[in-house]
Write a protein that binds this ligand. Sequence first.
Ligand SMILES: [Zn+2]
Length: 209
Amino acid sequence: MNPRLCPICNEPLERYGEIYRCRDCFLFADPRQLMGYGDDYLLHYKLYREKTELSGLIQRARWAFVHQYTPTRRLVLLDYGCGARAFGDANESNLIRVFNYDPYFYRDHGFLKADIDVLTMWDSLEHMSRLDIVPLIGAEWIFLSLPIVDDVEDIFTWKHFVPGEHIWYFSEKALELLFRKWGYRMLIRQDIEAELRSKDVASFCFIKI
Ligand SMILES: [Zn+2]
């Protein structure tokens, strides 16, 4: 992917302060060199997960969301960008087989041989330099949480503006357009984590058309 082109409309991105944007798609991009995700980055999440009740509440809310919009039958789920594997470890269903994958922390390529029914990306899409991996996975259902820029007045002072980590800043419109391009439609936006974390963290379920 050319980082200077909009991943939705393929038009050149325009300069916007220190980053870039596509005005038509309402998307911002920060293609600067990524920081390396060192082991201390993961350690932070491991400690967070072990030490806080909130982490458990977030994982339960995510699982409830997945169960609400998928059928009760055997399903294979890939948690892409799994970090410390908190979500996968909180699986209580015998019917759902979970593959964890994280390019920085847990490279289990076992999912490559599986047919993935459900893809989850909790706080991960905005970190991905290769967005085009998502349609290749080909899941029927995609669930994700991420910060959404719709109500942000100044992106550069926004809590979720994280240079070196976040490459993309999506509006709801941009997300919907991107997934439509990939052959998905938005089934629902349900901000299951907003109250637990930050009002700008939105959650979505997309299904294959
Ligand atoms: Zn665009």
